[in-house]
Design a protein around this ligand. Sequence first.
Ligand SMILES: [Fe+2]
Ligand SMILES: [Fe+2]
Length: 354
Amino acid sequence: MVPVREDTTAETTGRMAIPAPRGEASAILVDVLQGVGNPDSFRSAAASLGRSYAPEPVRMLHDDDVQLTLTLLYELHLQGIEGVDDRWEWDPRLLEARAALEGPLEAAIRALAADRVTRARAEFGDDVVRALWDMTAPTRAPGLSDFMASDADDEQFRELFIHRSLNQLREADLYTFGIPRMAGAPKAALLEIQIDEYGQGRLDRMHSRLFASTMRELGLSDTYARYLDAVPAVTLATLNALSYFGLHRRNVGALMGHVCAIETTSALPSKKYSAGLRRLGYGTAATLFFDEHVEADSVHEQIAVRDLAGGLVADRPELVDDVLLGAAACLALDDLLGEHITDCWSRGRSSLRS
Ligand SMILES: [Fe+2]
Ligand SMILES: [Fe+2]
């Protein structure tokens, strides 16, 4: 059974509650953030954890302690953590610890994305627009969204939305970091997308708000990060890759590649999620988030690939590989999470932590 709603607030803003630690590093960090731990001990713990993944970085995507630690460190730059002094955001010891984990994180992301990037480069060379369309084209094999449309029950929808809630309740926020880091046509293209993501300034149309409504309709809490303790490392890894791209200016190409992959792979699955919810008897308050994405993202995908990625690479040709890396990483991590969910369900198990 997934945890059901414990509150009825429609607020999706607010700080992340302190989660339960998942190992030594996250335990020390939680103590540090609460003012009782030693930041130097945390820095050492993170450094040795980071070193342990140097030979085989991809494994760290499944390490709960690493992924929770990174999620907390990144959250210091986003909405913040309940009861935690905002000055920890720029504490050099915490930044050093984060860097020690980001080394293997980047290596893991690169390893995971390598096949897709190499294939795209071999086939399309510098033509990033054609490469992105090809990389994100729908596959014929039935995926998770097909299962959700035709077979999934309420409980499985709740599980899927819990995984997605960590990012969806702050939808679009990480991409906003791209705005001050670009100029000219790609900046205008990103803004055109972001304005829609934020409901064109209308609170009730903000995509994060629409997702909050879906959560409530399914009996779930819409409180920001409410389900942090419930999601496994692989879910956190998808968030952390996006934060890693978003918070470093040097990753702006990857960040824009990531937004391209999100926009180009959204409309079709959204249609299927909406159909699945309607099959189970849910109404517009539950499906509007997906209905909106069917429409908006068939426009956004054009802007993202052609104007944003194409425009960025026209201005800065050296970013081709970064853009492809960001898109490939987004797709590969999404596959990893999808495999985890379908694997658990095929064994009759929950895909969430108990
Ligand atoms: Fe959206
Ligand atoms: Fe969109």
